[in-house]
Design a protein around this ligand. Sequence first.
Ligand code: GDP
Ligand code: IMO
Ligand code: MG
Length: 427
Amino acid sequence: MPALVLLGAQWGDEGKGKATDLLGGSVDYVVRYQGGNNAGHTVVVGDQKYALHLLPSGILSPGCTPVIGNGVVVDPSVLLSELSGLDERGVDTSKLLISGNAHLITPYHTTLDKVSERFLGKRKIGTTGRGIGPAYADKINRVGIRVQDLFDESILRQKVEAALDNKNQVLAKLYNRRAIAVDQVVEELLGYADPLSGYVADTTLLLNNAIDQGQVVLFEGGQGTLLDVDHGTYPFVTSSNPTAGGACTGTGVGPTKINRVIGILKAYTTRVGAGPFPTELLDDDGEKLRTIGGERGVTTGRDRRCGWFDAVIARYATRVNGLTDFFLTKLDVLTGWERIPVCVAYEIDGKRVEELPYSQTDFHHAKPIYEALPGWSEDITQAKTFDELPKNAQKYVQALEEMSGAPISAIGVGPGRDETIQINSFL
Ligand code: GDP
Ligand code: IMO
Ligand code: MG
């Protein structure tokens, strides 16, 4: 089992960090393939809690090499402060490898992210304000700055000049902001060259060799399927491809080398930022899910919007990612409800629809059709096997599995590493 992808099956925050960390002890590499420090992964190890943004969650497993792939956008100042934060807590970060082809988030990307959101007013995306969209826009527009550019001052200066030529016009004339000086940006970026030089590597070559030699590589997605720029609820998405294909383009490993794709699926649904969300609850149940589930963003501290489980979305995630397994998380949060509604299909303009509509207008009109499943009141956080779960919790899991189109191979019953019921091995 040399290569597997682990990704979010909903709108992010499904518990990818915990799931990756759980596998970290048995894999050789954990590789981020897209996104940047918009991600917020909380990992609980014993009595220690870690909040990771840019670093792969594998960094907490001593035997594992963490890799930042070419598809990631890297804010070097955030990277260095995350590294020093972990160093101070005694975590060995020396094995980290960063692709020289990964693009950089510079201060002008962060500025542009914030001003463009303000400019959108009511139509804003609700981004994390971390410069993600503008950095990816520059990459696609071929005016991006890459990690490798830090090591050639003359190329770096030319590229910063090319990028700022246009942006300074936009900043000054459209957003009424002061222009950004090329010298200032170049000087700041050059300051990152030394501290980062030891980490930069040809990660594509290394990962392909590792897989060929039978080592185990885990690709860790940030965000989630419905936030994918191609397959998500566009335009209310992030600017990268968290879906399984992104693991290939974002690392330079071909699809024939990947043999397992695990979708992390919360036992209910959450979303941060703007955009459609058919099962959103604006009532006491929503508030209860938020409180019991601790649904507050790790990156921006925003309250997460909460709602019931949506099987239409889970089926869609199975389809667009080719999922082989699900890891169902936060089942424990649902303890205490007498009945738990699950969205099995949508009603759109009077018609029952089983699959996610491709039309944005239809999705905005989608009303959930619920089936209520019987709940349970017993504490499940100590359960170690499926049989130890209350009968109704077992039935809830089985119903979700049937509706979602892939086997549920693990169940999270608490935030800790060991608070997991493993049904089928992932390796
Ligand atoms: P990620 O972005 O997908 O890594 O998820 P986040 O870390 O943003 O949010 C998931 C939250 O749920 C974190 O605080 C985790 O510690 C927590 N968590 C993960 N799995 C479980 C679980 O099975 N039960 C409970 N109660 N919490 C969990
Ligand atoms: P993890 O990895 C949840 C959301 C933002 C916003 C949209 C675009 O922790 O699951 P961006 O800053 O990426 O341009 O914002 O995407 N978003 C996330 N929501 N979890 C995340 O990451 C997210 N990363 C971005 O809230 O709606
Ligand atoms: Mg998160």
